[in-house]
Design a protein. Structure first.
Length: 291
């Protein structure tokens, strides 16, 4: 092969071709074909001059606190976005409206505190979503992933979650892997349905030994199968104070209704007896007058 046809020469020609077409790369980032990598560059803001045909964008380990929806929408072909280990907070609603082709999204190790329906509702092609290691994440809306029907891998491990509605994950037809470990799960009767779904579903739960109850104290550090057995006993066979109050009210109402019914029956009987006696007296008087 001639020197002009060597791989090095071809790479040089390719780079010169990119430069001649005015294709740029963000400052402090490295660019390869369809990929921009800005890992660990202490960026404070979303980088500018990202090539519009970028399909993979890596912003990991920076100090980015905001993702501008307009700038993101220019990257219409983006399928992979890695934003782990940044300072992203709760201003993500409608952020991803312009990147509907996104398949992989990593928002782990950030400052999220809630996930609403508007956060990921436009990501109709999303397959992998990682929002683990957000210690302030305490709420995920019931329908937060309603539009993410292709979601296969969801990770919410090591957050501040204490509760997750069963329908939030049960209604994801393609879900195969769900990370739930090291959260502050509150294993009460309201959580029993979710625990039962975990045990009966075909979804894989990595690090299952660390999916344990945090509260109440009597169930702390108990794994979910053991917790389900205890909750079945306490929630389905034992009555709580409010249950006794309810049963007492029902009993009182039944007693009161019975008393009223008996009283009304007695009044009716007295009235009927008085009417019958009066009728007999009138008949006797008529017989005497006839005689």
């Amino acid at each position: 092969m001639s020197p002009s046809g060597s791989p090095r020469s071809l790479s040089l020609v390719f780079l010169l071709g990119m430069a001649s077409q005015g294709i740029s790369c963000p400052s402090r980032c490295s660019c390869q074909y369809l990929e921009v990598n800005c890992t660990g560059q202490q960026l404070q803001e979303f980088p500018v001059d990202i090539p519009l045909d970028t399909r993979q964008l890596i912003l990991a380990a920076n100090n980015v606190s905001y993702l501008p929806p307009v700038e993101l929408s220019f990257l219409a072909d983006l399928v992979y976005l890695d934003c782990r280990k940044n300072l992203l907070g709760d201003d993500l609603d409608f952020t991803f409206i312009g990147v509907a082709r996104l398949v992989y999204l990593d928002l782990s190790f950030n400052n999220l505190s809630q996930v609403t329906f508007s956060t990921f509702s436009h990501l109709l092609s999303l397959v992998v979503l990682k929002i683990s290691d957000n210690p302030n994440l305490v709420a995920i809306e019931k329908d937060a992933f309603a539009n993410n029907t292709w979601l296969r891998h969801l990770d919410v491990s090591r957050t501040g979650l204490t509760f997750l509605d069963t329908s939030t994950v049960r209604d994801l037809p393609n879900l195969r892997l769900l990370g739930l470990s090291d959260n502050l799960w509150h294993c009460n009767c309201s959580f029993l349905d979710f625990i039962t779904w975990m045990i009966e579903s075909d979804v894989h739960f990595p690090d299952a030994d660390n999916i344990t109850c945090y509260t109440p104290a009597g169930l702390r550090a108990l794994r979910m199968p053991a917790a389900e057995a205890q909750l079945h006993f306490s929630c389905l066979t034992q009555l709580h104070k409010q249950d006794y109050v309810f049963l007492g009210l029902v009993g009182f109402c039944i007693f009161l209704a019975g008393t009223m019914a008996a009283w009304l029956a007695g009044v009716c009987a007295v009235i009927y007896e008085a009417h019958a006696s009066k009728g007999e007296e009138e008949e006797e008087e008529e017989e005497e007058d006839t005689a």
